[in-house]
Ligand binder design. Structure first.
Ligand code: ADE
Ligand code: ZN
Ligand code: ZN
Length: 288
């Protein structure tokens, strides 16, 4: 290509790289970690079903497609309210009947309803030679939404759209509170502590799951008798964590730096680990 043609292209690429990527749910790395933790904890039957349902180009790697649901929000506009739950301002609790609806008030159209729906679809796996549902999409949606529901601000207040309208500075950079929890805390942890990026980070979380958190892990996996998915538990924990940690001490135009980072990172790490453990437990219950 001629230099004259390459230069504007380079500028365009640089510009595109400088713009904040719009994201819903944990950023790409958060979803990747949840799915990588989960895939390492699958039963034989669940591992076989996941291998069967993943498209061949994924190379049996669930984590490579755990942000797919974010990529299709524009192709499937009906799916965008399925990534979160808006709860009443200042209440700090969650009720499925009260809160799981979209902006038009259609019941069940929220991340908890979506988890129930895709779980029900996946329970038909292996039951019919002519499947009623696209179970590959069901697996990718379920894997993504179990990650999202563990991000505290994906169960946030209605008027600030889960922190999306709260402008803050993350150190010197302008962002919004929602994005701090989707991506900035994770990114700063990778930069500060994990030389090899996300692989080292997953390794540390996995070691904690089998080490210092191992006594709590069975309680994370619990779900009522005869229940396959338990999104309401995860949503209640998220709005509690949103009030206790995400919103606490933050105002419009706050600057968030070391004091916020060091006190909130343990919460982010716990939620990533719980998301991974619970995605595996749910898939293990679905596929037996
Ligand atoms: N849009 C409205 N509320 C939201 C939330 N809690 N998370 C992500 N996107 C949203
Ligand atoms: Zn999402
Ligand atoms: Zn988000």
């Amino acid at each position: 290509m001629e230099a004259a043609a390459t230069l504007p292209l380079l500028l365009l690429l640089l510009l595109a790289a400088a713009l904040p990527a719009p994201s819903h749910g944990w950023g790409v790395d958060g979803h990747l970690m949840v799915c990588q933790i989960a895939q390492g904890r699958l039963s034989g039957a669940a591992a076989a079903a996941v291998r069967d349902l993943l498209p061949s180009y994924a190379g049996n790697n669930l984590s490579s497609l755990c942000s797919w649901a974010d990529d299709v929000k524009f192709r499937y506009p009906w799916s965008s309210p399925l990534h979160y739950i808006d709860t009443p301002d200042g209440l700090c609790n969650y009720s499925y009947d009260r809160d799981c609806k979209d902006e038009d008030g259609v019941k069940g159209r929220c991340v908890a309803g979506a988890i129930n729906n895709y779980t029900t679809q996946l329970l038909t796996y292996g039951r019919s030679s002519a499947p009623q549902y696209n179970l590959t999409q069901a697996l990718l949606f379920l894997s993504h939404f179990i990650g999202d529901i563990h991000q505290p601000l994906h169960v946030g207040f209605t008027s600030d759209r889960g922190g999306n309208t709260i402008d803050v500075h993350w150190y010197t950079r302008k962002t919004v509170l929602h994005h701090v929890w989707d991506a900035n805390i994770i990114q700063t942890a990778e930069d500060d502590f994990y030389g090899d990026g996300v692989a080292d980070y997953v390794d540390t979380l996995t070691k904690n799951i089998t080490g210092e958190w191992s006594e709590q892990v069975p309680s994370w996996e619990e779900c009522g008798k005869n229940q396959t998915a338990c999104p309401d538990i995860y949503a209640s924990e998220s709005i509690t964590a949103a009030c206790d940690w995400a919103y606490k001490g933050v105002d419009q135009d706050s600057t968030l730096e070391d004091a916020y980072f060091s006190t909130r990172l343990p919460v982010v790490n716990l939620r990533l680990a719980q998301g991974g453990v619970r995605l595996a437990a749910t898939l293990n219950r679905i596929f037996g």
